[in-house]
Design a binder for this molecule. Structure first.
Ligand SMILES: NC(=O)c1ccc[n+]([C@@H]2O[C@H](COP(=O)([O-])OP(=O)(O)OC[C@H]3O[C@@H](n4cnc5c(N)ncnc54)[C@H](OP(=O)(O)O)[C@@H]3O)[C@@H](O)[C@H]2O)c1
Length: 320
């Protein structure tokens, strides 16, 4: 699998990351292992989890995904070949919400224990915490980096101006900055006024900020949970906007031209952006995983990239 430099670090990570939100809850240990092994066989090395996955599942209370990963890492003995991202910020079970320093430090210790590892490659603030100063939060991440417990800090679900404030504080105070950003993003554009809180979008403000500062963006929920193809899962109302028909028409045209599937084209469109996005996708079955990994073999022409990007824009709009 090709690699992409993570922001301005000298670390290269896989161009397509595997999300593990449902591992250990919706997906059994055995199913999760099959999906992980297939991703690794395809050359993938970037795995995304969080301390609270998956408290939102009916049978989950948080921690299950990290436990699955930790057991699999021990069984495979492959920890050092991988780049593992986890997160802190959502309260779950009896663990507190927010990004107070003691919460960040305690979460890291718990994640290290569950993951059976001595370091996490990328530790995200999972959502912004308006009740803790950015300086305190960044100080805690800096402390973890200095102790060798994490390699990089990342931001997830941040507004652009908060990220800019965090970067200014990091520079002024000599603290670690948020190296990269994980936000909600797909090919379809949300309807005007759609609100996903506590999730935050990779919108134009954030994308232009990150491009200018050389911060890599990692979109989550790139496949809209299967809605591009699943007959029983319609496109959500929050993605039914004025340009939806035009975007879907462009997606289907390019899909046909390439003999591909809509999911593959969505992922390839993100990976072939300049600079590239690193989609964090998931799949619940080996067939879906294989299909999605097929995006790695697609080459979109410049005309196809432009057609997809510009679909539904008014003529005087700029591409984003
Ligand atoms: N930072 C954050 O706040 C945040 C938020 C959400 C997610 N994430 C991360 O991002 C990862 C991906 O998120 P996501 O699972 O919401 O995104 P997604 O990749 O858009 O959706 C995955 C879902 O789509 C379906 N799907 C995948 N491939 C398919 C295919 N080829 N055909 C039909 N259906 C298909 C799967 O259903 P099947 O089970 O039928 O395969 C699966 O449940 C998560 O695992 C997590 O690591 C981060």
């Amino acid at each position: 699998m090709q690699t992409v430099h993570l922001s301005q670090t000298n670390v290269a990570v896989s161009c397509l990351g595997l999300g593990t939100l449902r591992f250990g809850t919706t997906n059994s240990y055995e199913e999760s292992v099959q999906l992980l092994d297939s991703y690794i066989e395809a050359g993938g090395r970037l795995i995304d989890t969080a301390n609270c996955y998956n408290q939102w599942a009916e049978n989950g209370k948080g921690g299950e995904s990290e436990v699955v990963l930790g057991r699999w890492l021990r069984e495979r003995g492959n920890r050092n070949e991988l780049f593992i991202a986890s997160k802190v910020g959502f309260g779950y079970d009896d663990f507190p919400d927010g990004l107070a320093p003691k919460t960040i430090i305690a979460a890291c210790e718990e994640s290290l224990r569950r993951l059976n590892t001595d370091h996490i490659d990328l530790f995200y603030a999972h959502k912004d915490d308006p009740n803790t100063s950015l300086e305190e939060t960044l100080s805690a991440f800096t402390q973890l980096i200095k102790a060798g417990k994490i390699r990089f800090a990342g931001a997830s679900n941040y507004l652009a101006w908060r990220l800019a404030d965090a970067d200014a504080i990091a520079a002024n105070k000599g603290l670690a900055e948020f190296t990269c950003v994980e936000q909600r993003f797909t090919y379809l554009r949300p309807r005007s006024g759609a609100y996903f809180y506590p999730q935050r979008l990779l919108d134009e403000n954030l994308a232009t900020y990150c491009d200018t500062r050389g911060k890599t963006m990692l979109p989550y929920t790139p496949l809209l949970r299967g809605a591009y193809v699943k007959a029983d899962l319609p496109i959500a109302a929050s993605y039914q906007g004025l340009d939806t028909d035009a975007r879907l028409a462009a997606l289907h045209e390019v899909t046909e031209e390439l003999g591909a599937t809509p999911n593959q084209v969505v992922l390839a469109w993100m990976m072939q952006r300049k600079p590239p996005l690193i989609p964090i996708f998931s799949a619940g079955t080996p067939e879906h995983l294989r299909e999605n990994l097929g995006a790695l073999d697609l080459t979109l022409s410049e005309t196809q990239m432009t057609k997809l990007t510009m679909a539904g824009h008014c003529p005087n709009e700029e591409p984003n």
